[in-house]
Design a protein around this ligand. Structure first.
Ligand code: MUC
Ligand code: MG
Length: 374
């Protein structure tokens, strides 16, 4: 009788990768992304990888890359080392019982455990979440240079390459009127060739949002993401009820509890499902299930993860029956360094899903050695 595989070691790496251009959000301008990678080594020789990212240090969420690493190293890894690697749910319950909050750190750990287990079973990770209903995922690109002409040129390039025909514009740094003019100029240039959406990352008041939404709807924009502060769910409901343009909840959703509250109030038309923000793959699956039950449409969101978190998200999103608003799993394309032996396959406006076991990717460990923080 073979004994169960044990978790030998949980290692965390901070990897700083420059972006291809400054990425301007209302909360931060990113010139690099920090990947928190988790490498889980097991007694049967199987390895699992997980990842957490956030945006702009502590500008976007309550966990920083450094806090994620410190909390995994100090509190989570000791709970897992020596435990049965194949009993994933038990290990996650152990972590949940001892660690409050820390959703991003938990996501990285959960991904690594499921990656290892799926590799052990010889199946793609999506099989552990019910199996995939699609083999590729449409991918939006975020235009966030802050410059209208540069954004139009970037969008035209993406259309020519057949890489993206859905564009999300980051707004909220300028006056509402100026933002609307910027977005309207881009939509006018792209016309029916592209879907244009905006993300204000909580920058507006309810009044500003109502004003902005009217201008954006008139300009032919398809949806507005998280226009107001995350905790104001009644405000979000007011915007949704105004029925001017579809409203998507992003930062308002920190896992299933928030999803239930927003869904019960019918405070959004669309949910951006994010694995990090939901506290992991299972949390994200529950957010999606709540949305489906409430007849709220789904969008596969990103925390601008690198290849590991992007593929973890893709494996999960491939199991969603309905994904009406597509996904934005473009994170690795925003980075200047490739950390995989074989890059992810983006073509025909979609990310192609691998069929190999686990996440379906192989890390370039020599490259990681060079890029990781000392
Ligand atoms: C967000 O708020 O959606 C997603 C795309 C992007 O550029 O930033 C992220 C975060
Ligand atoms: Mg967003």
């Amino acid at each position: 009788m073979s004994s169960s595989p044990r978790i030998h070691a949980v290692e965390t790496l901070l990897v700083d990768v420059p972006t291809i251009r400054p990425h301007r959000l209302s909360v931060a301008t990113m010139n690099h992304q920090t990947l928190v990678l988790v490498r889980l080594q097991c007694s049967d020789g199987i390895e699992g990888w997980g990842e957490a990212t956030t945006i702009g240090g502590l500008a976007y969420g309550e966990e920083s890359p450094e806090s994620i690493k410190a909390n995994i190293d100090t509190y989570i890894a000791p709970l897992l080392e020596g435990q049965d690697a194949s009993a994933v749910a038990q290990q996650l319950a152990r972590v949940a019982s001892q660690v409050q909050g820390n959703r991003f750190a938990k996501c990285a750990i959960e991904t690594a455990l499921y990656d290892a287990q799926a590799r052990r079973l010889g199946v793609p990770l999506s099989e552990l979440f019910g199996g995939r209903v699609r083999s590729s995922l449409p991918i939006a690109w975020t235009l966030a240079s802050g410059d209208t002409a540069r954004d139009i040129a970037e969008a035209e390039k993406m259309l020519d390459l057949r890489r993206h025909n859905i564009f999300k514009l980051k707004i909220g740094l300028r006056a509402v009127r100026d933002d609307v003019a910027h977005v309207a100029a881009i939509k006018a240039a792209l016309g029916a060739r592209a879907s244009v959406r905006v993300d204000a990352n909580q920058a507006w008041s309810v009044t500003e949002a109502l004003d902005g939404m009217r201008g954006l709807a008139d300009a032919g924009v398809d949806m507005v993401e998280q226009p107001i502060v995350a905790h104001d769910k009644l405000g979000l409901k007011r915007l949704t009820d105004a029925n001017i343009i579809p409203i998507m909840a992003d930062e308002a959703l920190h896992g299933p509890r928030d999803a239930f509250e927003v869904a019960a109030a019918q405070a959004a038309d669309i949910f951006a499902v994010k694995i990090n923000q939901s506290g992991g793959l299972r949390g994200a699956a529950r957010v999606a299930a709540i949305a489906e039950a409430a007849n709220i449409a789904l969008y596969g969101g990103t925390m601008l993860e690198g290849a590991v978190g992007t593929m973890a998200s893709a494996q999960l999103f491939s199991t969603f029956g309905e994904l009406a608003w597509s996904t934005e799993l473009f994170g690795p394309l925003l980075l200047t360094e490739e950390i995989l032996q074989e890059p992810l396959q983006y073509r025909d406006f979609a990310l192609q899903l691998p069929t190999t076991p686990g996440l379906g990717i192989t890390l370039d460990t020599d490259k990681l050695k060079r890029l990781r923080r000392a």
